[in-house]
Design a protein around this ligand. Structure first.
Ligand SMILES: Cc1cc2nc3c(=O)[nH]c(=O)nc-3n(C[C@H](O)[C@H](O)[C@H](O)COP(=O)(O)O)c2cc1C
Length: 197
């Protein structure tokens, strides 16, 4: 039984394919902590993503302190409010907006600024999302958190989290047990695929 509400199937039945097709973004989490083994497994799967020239140009930070996660979420909200981007500011106006949806864990992946660093960091997060799904754990890829690090509060926050100098937060993922069936967005557009048979 998948944690996702909608089940997508491929012509070939396979458990890895199933996880890839049915991972969806989870935006409602239980407060219950994940186990160390679950988090270690998810992070290890992230570390085994493809990485250009095998450089691993990343710093991976796992945070489970609820108060700290709330502080990062609040810094994100403030950064979004100051962004000047109307669509983004609208989200931040909602006092209930919590960019991590109160998930009990967050993994921040920072890149070293080298040529493929952002691509490699994204691969890490994508692998972690699929691994989480395979373990019946909800995940939500998060880009909004960058508004915290790219705001005036960014350098202080980065130092407090121990993200090394020379690294820039790129992507993050909220993780936790889903609080009900995971809805996400299961549609994809066949017309965006070209075939030259
Ligand atoms: C780079 C990137 C940044 C994202 N940032 C956010 C975010 O800040 N908040 C959020 O709720 N979802 C975020 N998402 C999730 C997308 O909204 C989601 O993947 C998309 O709607 C497709 O739905 P699915 O993940 O359920 O298949 C992000 C996804 C990516 C790839």
């Amino acid at each position: 039984m998948s944690i996702s509400e909608t089940v997508v199937q491929a012509p070939i039945d396979n458990p890895v394919v199933d996880a890839l097709l049915n991972r969806r973004s989870c935006r409602s989490f239980q407060s219950r902590s994940l186990s160390r083994e679950e988090l270690q497994t998810i992070v290890l799967c992230g570390q085994h993503a493809a990485t250009a020239k095998a450089r691993e140009p990343w710093h991976i930070l796992v945070i489970q302190q609820a108060a700290l996660l709330d502080q990062i979420a609040e810094a994100t909200r403030l950064g979004m409010r100051e962004s000047g981007i109307e669509e983004v500011m609208k989200f931040a106006e909602n006092p209930d907006f919590h960019c991590f949806y109160h998930a009990p864990a967050l993994v921040i992946v920072s890149g070293d600024g080298s040529f493929y660093a952002e691509v490699d960091c994204a691969n890490v997060v994508q692998n972690m999302c699929v691994a989480a799904h395979a373990l019946d754990i909800g995940s939500c890829y998060n880009g909004f958190f960058n508004f915290a690090f790219r705001s005036s509060r960014g350098p202080e926050l980065q130092a407090r989290l121990g993200i090394p100098e020379g690294f820039q937060p790129v992507v993050s993922v909220a993780l936790g047990y889903p609080d009900g069936p995971v809805r996400g967005y299961a549609q994809r557009t066949p017309e965006k695929v070209a075939w030259l048979d």
